[in-house]
Design a protein around this ligand. Structure first.
Ligand SMILES: [Zn+2]
Length: 377
């Protein structure tokens, strides 16, 4: 059982109590307000799930570290050349799952090896089965599809390519959720001067190779979104988690349309909170109402990555900063700043019921995890 927060009036001297009580009675909403919202200090106390992290090392135990902040973790394996090979990622995540079945879950993935061969479907089904045998609760498809993987004739392979159809049909049959990261933030297709958040400006200035505005021969932002949407049209029963706000991080209006069009889809917030902060600086109520309206369709997530060679304490310090500042933005109405946008902005002050869903129960439902199964909630 949670302790109820102590009403503020109790901290004031008894001489003033009558006056304050009178004020509360005159405005009963001010009493209700405190009961319906979390404070900044509630952060560690609440049971939470970070639905998108990457456990790429077993050096320190990431699950033990996250416990310091009362977080359970869902780690996502991904076919990304800068990460350990997919087989190694599976070993690491399977090991953490063995150690902590009630505190850790993971998504497997498949590689593009054998694409275009007779064995493609059979091999991918084998890879998926192997991951789920080890405990995977979902499968990830990454942005290499659409942005870098090319077939034998040198053509980019898009996610709605018919080669994927039997593989995604299989996930649908198995009732296995698909986590999709297609495309990039829309900023990637804009000149640096028109980009919204500071981290994108910095990243694409330093990595012109990945800056699609400079590569007009590559598929457009709309091409990436359309191919993902066509794929979902073909798999209406597939549970789909759009990683990184489904790459619609730039507009809660566009994201609302996506969620309306795809009733089996949810989105995770990983690494896109800056774009949400940017929008709430322009139109606070629109963003706040989006979170309230779609409170069943959003998963709290960060993209925090633990890598070989990093000390556990170093990781934990970074994670704590990210987790606490995200919490303050979502749960409180404090005036805040972040490294993503210039200037101050106000926290979204989402009601407790919304925070509880975004931070835990949506992930439990979508991934059918047993993460909090032993707790009586
Ligand atoms: Zn990620």
């Amino acid at each position: 059982m949670r302790k109820k927060p102590v009403p503020r009036a109790l901290s004031v001297s008894t001489a003033l109590k009558g006056v304050i009580l009178g004020a509360f009675l005159a405005n009963p909403l001010s009493v209700m307000a405190d009961q319906h919202f979390y404070t900044s200090d509630d952060f560690k106390r609440l049971d939470k799930i970070d639905s998108h992290v990457h456990a790429n090392s077993i050096g320190s135990d990431m699950v033990d570290l996250a416990r310091e902040a009362n977080f359970k973790l869902i780690s996502i394996n991904v076919d990304y050349p800068d990460f350990p090979p997919v087989d190694r990622q599976l070993e690491i995540t399977a090991e953490l799952y063995q150690r902590h079945p009630e505190d850790f879950a993971f998504a497997g993935t498949f590689t593009m090896q054998d694409w275009g061969t007779q064995q493609w479907v059979e091999r991918k089904v084998e890879q998926i089965d192997h991951a789920t045998d080890e405990g995977a609760i979902a499968i990830k498809v990454w942005k290499n599809i659409g942005m870098s993987f090319r077939d034998e004739s040198g053509e980019l392979v898009m996610v709605n390519d018919e080669g994927f159809t039997p593989v995604f049909d299989y996930l649908e049959e198995q009732d296995l959720p698909l986590i999709g990261h297609q495309g990039e933030p829309r900023n990637c297709w804009l000149p640096v001067s028109e980009m919204t958040v500071l981290n994108d400006k910095q990243y694409f200035k330093e990595h012109p190779h990945y800056h699609m505005y400079l590569h007009p021969e590559m598929p457009s932002y709309e091409d990436q979104m359309n191919s993902r949407d066509r794929m979902l049209d073909m798999h209406p029963k597939l549970t789909f988690i759009g990683a990184h706000m489904a790459s619609l991080e730039w507009s809660v209006e566009a994201l609302a349309r996506f969620l309306e069009d795809n009733p089996s889809a949810v989105v995770d917030m990983a690494a896109r909170i800056g774009q949400i902060q940017y929008q709430s600086m322009q139109d606070y109520e629109e963003v706040r109402q989006f979170f309230i309206k779609y409170q069943d369709r959003i998963l709290y997530a960060t993209d925090l990555t633990y890598t070989d060679g990093q000390s556990g304490q170093e990781f934990l310090a970074e994670a704590m900063t990210v987790w606490q500042s995200d919490w303050d933005y979502l749960a409180t109405d404090n005036t805040l700043t972040s490294g993503f946008v210039e200037g101050e902005f106000k926290g979204l002050h989402l009601p407790k019921t919304v925070i509880d869903k975004i931070y835990r129960s949506n992930a439990e439902r979508v991934f059918k995890t047993t993460l909090y199964a032993s707790k009586n909630h």
